[in-house]
Each structure stands twice: as C-alpha cells, then as structure tokens.
Design a protein around this ligand. Structure first.
Ligand SMILES: [Zn+2]
Ligand SMILES: [Zn+2]
Length: 412
C-alpha cells in the first residue's frame, strides 16, 4: 500500500513533526516528572507543583490563572482564529504514604509519595503545552483554543468540581475535554479507552442499628442489635443480586462493622460502613432510597431503630461516543491501530475527571506504562513500590497533542 495514502497530518501539522518534537522533549518531560516525583504534595497543598506549572506555562506565552478551585492552575493557549475550545487535564496530587522504590528520584518527603502517577500526568501535560504552543506558533496557527487544566486533590476530597465552580470551563467555554491515567495493565507504547462508562461512582453509607442492651442470658428483655445488624447486612446483599439488572453493575460492600462489649452483654448498638459503587446514574439514584427501605423494614420487624447517613463521592465517569471515536481515530493514526486498545470493562474504581466529563463531552483514556523487561510498571497504583516506564511519557504527550489538534481541525 502506498504510504502517502495514510493519514500524515492533523490540523495541517505533519504527524512526523509531532513525533519528532515529542522525542526531542523526552528528556525535559522526564526531568519534570522526576522533580515532581521527588517533591510530592498532598491534595489542596500542591503549591510548589502549581507554581512550577504556572511558571512553565508562562514561558510558553500561555495565559495562566492560578488558585483555581484551591491550588488548581488553568492555562489558555488562545488561537489566532476563532473556534471551539478543547481542554486537556492532568491531576497533581500525591498520596500519604512512604515510598519504597529505591530509585534515585524517590520521594524526599517522608509520608508522601506519587504512587498513582499524577507526577507523570502533570509532566506529560506540560510537555503537551510546549508542543502545542511551538507547533502552532504560540497559537497563531490555531483555529480555536486549548485549555490546560491542572487539578488538585484527585485522591480526595476532589479538585475538579471546585475548579468548575471557579469558572475553569468558562470564558472561553470548554467544548470538549480529554484526560489520561497511567495504567500498569497496558504495555508501554499502547493506549486504551472505551465507549460509555470508564469508572464507577463511589458513595458511602453509614448505618447505625439501635437496639436495647441487656443480659446475654435474658435476650427477651433486650433488643439484640447484633442479630438485627446481621439480618440487615444479609438483606442488603439482595440490592445488587435482586434489584440491579444483571446487565448493569453495582457493588455493595460492608467494610466495617462494630458493636458490643463482651460475650454476656447484649449489644445496644452496632455501627457499619459500606462502600456503594455504581456505573449508571439510574442505579446510583435509586440505591440510597432502597438501602434505607431495607434497613427500615428489617429494623421495624425486629423492634430496633436505625440511623443512616449517605455521602455521595465522585459520579460515574462517562465518555462521549463522539470523543472516544475521535480518540481511536487520531491515536490510531499516530501509534498504529494495533497500539490502541479497546478496554472491555469499566473500572469499579472512581475518578475525579468524572465532573469534567459531566460538564463537556469527554474522553478519558489509559496510558500503558508496563515494561516487564525493565521491571517497571509492575506494581499496582498506591503500592509503595509503584513506578512507571518513563518511555510512556512521550506517548502521553504525543496523544494529548494529537487529540487537541484533531478536535480543533475541521472535519472533512
Ligand atoms: Zn490513585
Ligand atoms: Zn490516580
């Protein structure tokens, strides 16, 4: 097949030029990542990271807003010609844990570690900003705008919604948004995504069963909260097995249960905590009411009282079909379709990007960082020995760049 017939440019910029520039910037992106890795900061404390981000963007003639939704930073590469605005997002926060990798760029801060790869996400997006600014002559050859979102606190309590509340998607309004996460399940050089839901909603239920204490030898004079709680836990399992469609998915796990004093005292009270994971808004909206219905019914039948608190966490992250198609098209042209993977199942984990995906059509994708020969990308996220194959950084920057250019180039 004639090579000239394959897609060779996106938005008037040759793919070979994009790849070449990415390779040249490899060392710089890696150094940025290692500096952030050595100096991890927890959610809403990312002041050093944010100032490095802001300074780097300013040097590229990108307009910068700091302190967006806490420690968030927004960069705006304004196009020379009017057009839509595409946003690219990275998260900046680390986790409260000690690092045990032994690498020379390991965390220098006891009790803090970039064990989820957000250091890589930030470095990749900075590299992407540099590529986009240079390739478009500081935006003058760009039809439309690119926004760069650097968000705090993905690991909790969440930075996306505070950034939205602070106007991150306004002036100019964002028309589409892309984000990535490093993935140790995919080999370096590959990326993956899926239509529909990428990650679950993660909500929490706290239930208190209130009985009546008494002597273990005379249960008829008491209301045994341990027995009531046991029925409640069992009955709640039918929510997922009998009330959620087999074609949908949900998880209800009671992770903690506590109550009572000792063997011959009937416990007056039992407390439990459960995580509730759902993939669709419909199921997510229905479950809290049904949980309460079951708890109330069992407690009434068994003469106990109850208390229920329900906290909503991140919503399900739902990709837009149109943006996923654009991802498969442009990443396929860039990396070869064999390197772009269709992910089978959504993750029951949660991701703060979900709020951005509610605010504009979105595609969240996974960046392969696994290299078994090098022994990198083999420990799971949040593990003290988590590390990535840094060759993936270039793949991240190239795909982000191409996604922005593809979105802003007119469809033919
Ligand atoms: Zn994480
Ligand atoms: Zn993460």
């Amino acid at each position: 097949m004639d090579k000239d017939n394959t897609l060779e440019e996106i938005g008037g910029i040759a793919l070979s030029r994009i790849c070449g520039r990415a390779e040249e910037l490899m060392g710089e992106i890696r150094d940025l990542r290692r500096d952030l890795h050595r100096n991890p900061e927890l959610g809403m404390e990312e002041t050093r990271t944010a100032s490095i981000v802001a300074e780097y963007l300013r040097r590229l003639d990108i307009e910068v807003s700091e302190g967006v939704g806490g420690t968030g930073v927004v960069g705006l590469l304004r196009g020379g010609t009017d057009g839509p605005t595409v946003a690219l997002r990275a998260d900046m926060d680390a986790l409260p844990m000690d690092e045990d990798t032994g690498v020379d760029y390991a965390s220098s801060v006891p009790g803090k570690m970039h064990s989820c790869g957000h250091d890589a996400h930030t470095a990749i997006l900075l590299g992407t900003a540099r590529m986009l600014s240079e390739l478009t002559d500081a935006g003058s050859n760009l039809k439309g705008n690119v926004k760069f979102l650097f968000q705090p606190a993905e690991e909790g309590p969440g930075g996306a919604q505070p950034m939205l509340d602070d106007g991150a998607f306004d002036a100019p309004a964002v028309d589409a948004v892309f984000g990535l996460h490093v993935d140790v399940n995919l080999p370096t050089g590959t990326v993956g995504s899926r239509r529909g839901v990428m990650t679950a909603a993660a909500d929490e239920a706290r239930i208190e069963i209130v009985g009546k204490g008494g002597h273990g030898a005379h249960p008829h004079t008491a209301v045994d909260s341990v027995v009531v709680a046991s029925y409640v836990v069992t009955a709640l399992q039918t929510l997922v097995s009998r009330e959620v469609s087999p074609a949908d998915s949900a998880v209800f796990s009671v992770g903690r249960i506590a109550g009572g004093y000792r063997n011959n005292i009937i416990a007056p009270k039992v407390n439990m905590e459960a995580t509730v994971r759902t993939l669709s808004r419909e199921v997510r909206d229905v479950l809290p009411g049904r949980i309460e219905g079951i708890v109330r019914g069992v407690c009434e039948a068994m003469r106990a009282d109850y208390g229920l608190e329900y906290d909503y966490g991140y919503p399900p992250l739902e990709n837009s079909d149109e943006m996923v198609d654009l991802f498969f098209r442009s990443a396929g042209a860039l990396l070869g379709s064999g390197s772009v993977v269709e992910i089978d199942d959504p993750s029951m984990g949660a991701e703060d990007f979900a709020y951005f995906a509610e605010a504009a059509p979105a595609c969240f994708y996974r960046l392969g960082v696994r290299n078994e020969e090098k022994g990198l990308g083999v420990y799971p996220n949040h593990n003290p020995r988590f590390d990535i194959d840094e060759d993936a950084l270039v793949v991240g920057a190239k795909t982000m760049t191409v996604l922005a250019l593809s979105y802003l180039s007119p469809k033919d």
